[in-house]
Ligand binder design. Structure first.
Ligand code: OFO
Length: 166
């Protein structure tokens, strides 16, 4: 059985993940509006991943006799200055999520909750990957700044991202 403290902390994290989903769906819509379909696809896949993250936390609660509590999801921004601006905002957000995950790990250690600690290891690896992906795309966008051809090349690359199931 999960402790009330851990249950509350995981429920807050479900809200963080659902906000991440909202943010990336909003970014996907932004990219659609400026006709960058590849970028829109990448962000839509990211949106789906974030819902999957929230469900992973929900599964953990269910498996351990915890109860899901859904909080209101904050309204995300809907406009960015440029693709680079949107990806910089993405990286900043992921750095915030990394801190949330690290705080959860610290709490699991404090509570001696080994099951939560184990489950969180997947998220630690995931955050390394997410920040690395954002940094790579930011570096590419900085390289091609001012070049429409360069931007379209990146758009074609990002169009290839497919939905992940894990
Ligand atoms: Fe973007 O990793 Fe979850 O929030």
């Amino acid at each position: 059985m999960i402790s009330k403290t851990m249950e509350d902390a995981i429920n807050k994290q479900v809200n963080e993940e659902m906000y991440s989903a909202y943010l990336y769906l909003s970014m996907s819509a932004y990219f659609e509006s400026i006709n960058l379909k590849g970028f829109a696809n990448w962000m839509f896949v990211q949106y789906q991943e974030e819902v999957m993250h929230a469900m992973k936390f929900y599964d953990h609660l269910k498996d351990r006799g915890g109860k899901l509590k859904l909080y209101a999801i904050a309204e995300p921004p809907s406009q960015w200055e440029s693709p680079l601006d949107a990806f910089k905002a993405t990286l900043k957000h992921e750095q915030h999520i990394t801190k949330c995950i690290n705080d959860l790990v610290d709490l699991a250690e404090k509570e001696k909750d080994r099951a939560a600690y184990n489950m969180l290891q997947w998220f630690i690896d995931e955050q390394v990957e997410e920040e690395a992906n954002d940094e790579e795309i930011i570096a590419q966008l900085e390289m091609v700044e001012g070049s429409k051809n360069g931007l379209l090349m990146i758009d074609r690359e990002l169009a290839k991202r497919g939905a992940q199931t894990e």
